[in-house]
Design a binder for this molecule. Structure first.
Ligand SMILES: [Zn+2]
Length: 84
């Protein structure tokens, strides 16, 4: 969980643009793919279980990787926090 760098943080809100295959690769590299498939990942905002179907973006807050679901209220909240 320490492999996130500043560049990734800057790009966190743009990650939805990555292709599905890249998403898998990225999640795998972060060690999140298995957790997601096991249903162990939940939205940092609403607590809903996140799957590849409702995954919207990930971001770093307080040194932790957090994921956000595709609910508009959730990613608006993330955007607000990330963009200050
Ligand atoms: Zn959510």
């Amino acid at each position: 969980m320490v492999r996130i760098d500043v560049e990734m943080k800057k790009k966190s809100l743009e990650l939805k643009a990555v292709l599905d295959s890249d998403l898998d690769k990225m999640l795998d590299e972060l060690g999140l793919l298995q957790s997601m498939e096991a249903g162990e990942i939940s939205c940092a905002n609403c607590g809903r279980q996140i799957t590849r179907d409702n995954f919207y973006c990930l971001y770093v807050e307080g040194g932790e990787i957090k994921l956000c679901c595709s609910e508009m209220a959730c990613y608006e909240e993330v955007a607000k926090r990330q963009l200050g």
